[in-house]
Design a protein around this ligand. Structure first.
Ligand SMILES: NC(=O)c1ccc[n+]([C@@H]2O[C@H](COP(=O)([O-])OP(=O)(O)OC[C@H]3O[C@@H](n4cnc5c(N)ncnc54)[C@H](O)[C@@H]3O)[C@@H](O)[C@H]2O)c1
Length: 340
């Protein structure tokens, strides 16, 4: 079967952007990365050369290309909003990495620009495309879990933690890490709305950076309008590997998802039994990343694909902003306090 090509510009040739561009070019039928945009001109040139694309320093120049169909935004989070608006204004479909934007106001501006231009907007909530998470969602949707009572979602980044805390943007814990967990919890409890958010946060990995406002460990409790309760927890360092899991427990049963094992091989030896764990998000969730990118390309082609869009991006962002306010004011936040 032949598929129509979709021409894409990558905006942000950093760690995840490079992964996504390679995944698109090699594993998504019909996806053609024509342009790589990054002010780090050497990084853009190197990735563009590898993919047979053109390096361009600015998004404005990239979207001027009439043959370009869509833009993949993988810049730092605070730059998502202007990039989405620039792409949409030029009538290009948009895939943005999470979070949709870092403020609610920016999210509305970005969403409005996409609505006005009638272009697709997809947010990079890749866990929805991981087979285990999708199966858990199916177990909720088809009634096997029953009315949801309790949920949990966990994200622990692989250690040892080696990043300079000063290089991590404020509130990354909530806006970039736990945002995945907030989306997962909302998605696994369809039809329910979060009514209150209570967050606790600390610097347990790098206590020396705590006076500068650094956070590396957090636990958030959500209460839904159905009465269901959920926790989202994250830590920037898990020495045993990348740990992403979810659990949804209801009146009829429970579904769990997420497993850090690299394969189902267990090694048995003189010291006992063991298995290897994934050390990178791009290893553990590679299939999920390819799945979300494939879904985006198909939606750009006009297929009716169920993807996390503007509403999902905004809902998770509101919970993240409530969690930040909860830490700032050391109290439970009613979601009504956060702009819609
Ligand atoms: N879904 C996931 O699992 C996942 C994983 C990692 C990162 N992310 C998200 O992806 C985004 C990028 O993260 P990263 O770890 O790749 O960051 P990074 O710092 O490695 O890469 C960002 C890149 O954007 C470039 N850039 C900066 N300003 C730009 C501009 N105006 N135009 C074009 N490029 C510009 C930088 O030079 C850099 O190359 C963040 O929003 C992050 O939260 C998502």
């Amino acid at each position: 079967m032949t598929v129509t090509n979709v021409n894409l510009a990558l905006v942000g040739a950093g760690r995840i952007g490079s992964h996504h561009a390679r995944a698109l070019a090699r594993e998504v039928p019909g996806a053609v990365v024509t342009t790589v945009v990054d002010p780090r001109t050497e990084a853009a040139a190197a990735l563009a050369a590898e993919l047979g694309a053109q390096p361009i320093p600015s998004i404005e120049e990239a979207v001027a290309d009439p043959d370009l169909d869509a833009v993949l935004i993988t810049t730092p989070a605070a730059l998502h909003a202007p990039a989405i608006i620039t792409a949409a204004t030029a009538a290009k479909h948009v895939f943005t990495e999470k979070p949709i934007t870092t403020t609610i106001e920016d999210a509305h501006e970005a969403i409005d620009a996409c609505t006005r231009a009638d272009v697709r907007l997809q947010v990079g909530f890749n866990r929805r495309f991981a087979p285990g998470f999708a199966a858990a969602h199916a177990a909720v949707s088809d009634g096997r879990v029953g009315e949801v009572r309790q949920m949990r979602s966990v994200t622990r980044d692989p250690g040892p933690f080696s990043v300079d805390p000063a290089k991590i943007a404020p509130w990354t814990m909530f806006l970039e890490t736990l945002i995945h967990d907030f989306d997962t919890l909302l998605w696994l409890n369809p039809g329910a709305e979060v009514v209150s958010v209570t967050a606790h946060a600390d610097a347990l990995v790098r206590p020396d950076a705590k006076p500068d406002g650094f956070i590396d460990t957090a636990m958030v409790t959500l209460v839904f309008d159905t009465g269901a309760m959920a926790t989202a927890e994250a830590c920037f360092e898990a020495l045993y590997g990348y740990d992403v899991r979810a659990e949804v427990f209801g009146a009829k049963g429970m579904a769990t998802a997420g497993c850090g094992r690299t394969s189902d091989m267990t090694y048995y030896g003189a010291d006992g039994a063991s298995w290897d764990t994934s050390r990178k998000d791009t290893d553990l969730l590679h299939t999920a990343y390819v799945g979300e990118l494939d879904a985006f390309v198909r939606s750009v082609r006009g297929e009716n694909v169920d993807v996390p869009g503007a509403e999902a991006g905004l809902r998770a962002l509101r919970v993240a902003r409530a969690a930040i306010l909860s830490v700032q004011e050391n109290r439970t936040i009613s979601l009504k306090e956060i702009a819609e």
